[in-house]
Design a protein around this ligand. Structure first.
Ligand code: PMP
Length: 453
């Protein structure tokens, strides 16, 4: 189908918003993908460093995953929620084996929004409380319920979304008021000092103080729960001081709430050091929600929780026609095997650490690179007008650099509350050679932008 015809259909028969989110001024017409590579209709090859927001985990059309899908295609793709089929059971057991006790009860869904929606309901039913807390700048979904959790105006409609959701201050050690040098769990630290004394993060005390203020002013004394991403994805790979989540979990539990780790972007080894992002914070959530990388691009999501919470939820039927269908389970099962066989998590750690260390050198060279952060292959590069003011680089400037990077053959992402951060969340099979190629492209795009100014 010619490109003009595709755009015509897009204008006429697709949501008007799809015209806005083609991401690039000149949209990329994707034709094919293989591992970390994508090809467009004109045969141009792109190094994919965004993976559709960390959606492709082990690689585009990974041969092992594609083979598993093909095997299942010939067997069964019916709903398995009213009949019994091994795929759902094999997968549930395998997924649960990747989580610590007592997180052993698996609910399979079709997306991350659906998983978070379900977790909201479970938190409320289990605790008997209603109010939920999230961090500003977060994204937890686009359904009417999860929209209340999501804290980014671009994704909010002028309607009553889920009531009882409060977005509290994000403890962002770069953009937040108190800094937090040497306080975040990353190979690269911020350039902002917070006055840490003997390993004790003074900034963390301040950010926790803000959370306490939220408890004192904005929610009832008993709450249902707290949703937090281990590294805030849509916010631009925002990281918190090391002990923030640990202390926040304690405060939430003291108020009767449960703690939910949204691992939609950070799960499945992406952070390198651990299989789950929450493990890097030394916390144990009551529920873990996941999607995207779970299926390497195949639609799927999950909530994993404790038997106790599952029992509270068993008061009515919960039915989901396609959640945990045989195709999704066969794919997701193969993804777990592939992560192990290909050493994907270790690669995330090695290549991600190398990339961040090199990016930090660029940060120290260029005035407009304010911050480099993240862990493994969940990376953010915050762009500023200058380091002293930390004012976000304008959307127009971001777009210019972004488009130039694409024209040189690399796809990255954008994020941040002001659209000021570049995001790097590639398929986890990328190599150091790919990183070197990207660094050369990134440097050139920044330099060209500076020269044009
Ligand atoms: N949580 C996070 C952290 C996400 O990034 C997203 C998607 N961007 C979601 C939840 C919602 O997932 P989905 O788009 O599959 O509904």
């Amino acid at each position: 189908m010619p490109k003009e015809r595709i755009m015509e259909i897009r204008r006429k028969n697709c949501s008007p918003m799809t015209m806005k989110i083609t991401y690039y001024k000149k949209p990329v017409f994707l034709h094919q993908g293989y591992m970390q590579w994508l090809w467009d209709f004109d045969g141009n090859r792109y190094l994919d460093l965004f993976a559709g927001v960390a959606t492709v985990s082990v690689g585009h059309c990974h041969p092992k995953v594609a083979a598993a899908l093909q095997r299942q295609l010939k067997k069964l793709w019916h709903t398995t929620n009213i009949y019994v089929n091994p795929t759902l059971h094999e997968y549930s057991e395998k997924l649960a084996s990747h989580l610590p006790d007592p997180l052993k009860v698996v609910y399979l869904t079709n997306s991350g929004s659906e998983a978070n929606d379900l977790a909201m309901l479970m938190a409320r039913l289990h605790t008997g409380n209603f109010d939920l807390l999230t961090l500003r700048g977060s994204y937890h979904g686009g359904t009417q319920q999860t929209m209340g959790l999501t804290s980014n105006s671009s994704y909010k409609y002028p309607i009553a979304t889920s009531s009882g959701c409060t977005n509290t201050m994000c403890p962002d050690v770069f953009r937040g008021p108190w800094g937090g040098s040497h306080c975040r769990d990353s190979p690269v630290q911020t350039t902002r000092q917070c006055g840490c004394a003997q390993g004790h993060c003074m900034a963390n005390d301040q950010y926790i103080g803000q959370l306490k203020e939220t408890f004192a002013t904005s929610v009832p004394s008993r709450i249902a729960g707290f949703f937090g991403e281990p590294i805030q994805g849509m916010g631009g790979a925002v990281q918190y001081p090391k002990n923030y989540l640990k202390e926040a979990y304690q405060l939430v539990r003291e108020r009767g709430g449960v703690c939910i780790a949204d691992e939609v972007q950070t799960g499945f080894g992406r952070t390198g050091s651990h299989f789950w992002g929450f493990q890097g914070h030394d916390v144990l959530p009551d529920m873990v929600t996941m999607a995207k990388g779970i299926g390497d691009g195949f639609p799927m999501g999950a909530v994993v929780t404790t038997p106790e919470i599952a029992a509270s939820f068993a008061k009515a039927y919960h039915f989901n026609t396609f959640g945990g269908g045989p195709l999704a389970c066969a794919v997701a099962s193969s993804v777990l095997d592939t992560i192990k066989e290909d050493g994907t998590q270790q690669n995330s750690h090695n290549v991600g650490t190398y990339l961040m260390t090199e990016l930090a050198k660029l940060r120290d060279t260029y005035e407009i690179i304010g911050d480099v952060r993240g862990k493994g292959l969940q990376i953010g590069v915050e762009m500023v007008t200058n380091k002293a003011s930390r004012d976000p680089l304008s959307p127009e400037a971001m777009s210019e650099i972004f488009e130039d990077i694409k024209d040189m053959g690399v796809l990255i992402g954008k994020g941040g509350v002001y659209g000021q951060a570049f995001r790097i969340q590639p398929p986890m099979c990328i190599t150091k050679e790919d990183v070197n190629f990207f660094l050369a492209v990134f440097k050139k795009a920044i330099q060209r932008y500076m020269d044009r100014k």
